[in-house]
Design a protein around this ligand. Structure first.
Ligand code: SF4
Length: 269
């Protein structure tokens, strides 16, 4: 069985000095400490998710993305929402791996500004963002009636986002998300890297420990295209029907499904 250190010296010239891993490695190799031998793998070898997670946690965003690209590309997918964190991640990842694979979930209910941001980023970096979508809106209406988003947002997100996400991640070993701990209380404990049980693959949140200032500094310094809705009071942007500007003092995602206790669409939590 390979040591974790071999996964942390990826195919690129990027070098990391991980802490020793042999103890955990022997533990999940079946030495009677009660761990299951059925653990997630990297490059076909079993690893301990908590050990890998702890090592990646110590990396900065650029190093974490470089490591993930070296370890998983081309079975690595960047999920982008065309919010400010997507702009940062696209800018970093594209510099490291110009043919990195970016995709988005098109609910057909995104803001015009979001589609315009997609186009601006595509033009700036020469990226063709792969589009995944659920059934057509008309078909959803025929099957489930009008205003499903209001009557049953779990079902609506399930159809328009989660199903599309499963399709997008088919055959993928690791996906990348832009979530951050400052987004909301429910994301405060998000790991930078870990095993995503929901979709059965690894997940990297390279900006997990970034604050707003870091995000904006990166965007401004690099003149990176970003969603103009951020300048109009929308710190978090999803579908038009379910996004509003949060009130003063509310957390960034308070405007998502406002007036309900819903906080996530089923992709990140
Ligand atoms: S965010 Fe709203 S409109 Fe968009 S898929 Fe979810 S429930 Fe439907």
């Amino acid at each position: 069985m390979r040591r974790l250190s071999s996964f942390l010296v990826p195919r690129s010239s990027f070098l990391v000095r991980p802490r020793p891993f042999h103890e955990a490695h022997e533990a999940f190799n079946g030495n009677g400490h009660g761990r299951s031998a059925k653990l997630p793998t990297i490059q076909g070898c079993g690893v301990d998710p908590s050990e890998v997670s702890a090592t990646v946690e110590s990396m900065g965003a650029e190093d974490a993305i470089r490591w993930a690209i070296g370890t998983f590309h081309p079975r690595l997918r960047f999920a982008v929402s065309f919010q400010k964190t997507s702009s940062v991640i696209i800018d970093i990842a594209h510099r490291i791996q110009p043919d990195a694979h970016f995709f988005y979930l098109d609910t057909e209910l995104l803001f015009p500004e979001t589609y315009a941001t997609r186009n601006a980023l595509a033009a700036r970096y020469g990226i063709e963002f792969e589009r995944f979508a659920g059934i057509a809106l008309e078909e959803q209406r025929n099957r489930h009636g009008a205003n499903l988003w209001r009557r049953d947002p779990d079902a609506c997100c399930g159809i328009r986002k989660v199903e599309a996400m499963r399709e997008a991640l088919d055959g993928v070993e690791c996906w990348v998300s832009g979530i951050r701990r400052v987004d909301s209380k429910t994301r405060a404990g998000a790991a930078k890297f870990g095993w995503d049980k929901r979709f059965g693959l690894w997940k990297l949140n390279p900006l997990a420990d970034w604050g707003d200032d870091q995000v904006w500094d990166h965007i401004k310094e690099g003149h990176v295209p970003y969603n103009p809705l951020h300048d109009q009071g929308y710190p978090s942007i999803g579908c038009m029907l379910c996004t509003s500007a949060p009130g003063v003092g509310e957390e960034a995602r308070a405007g998502r499904w406002a007036g309900t206790d819903r906080t996530e669409c089923g992709i990140n939590g």
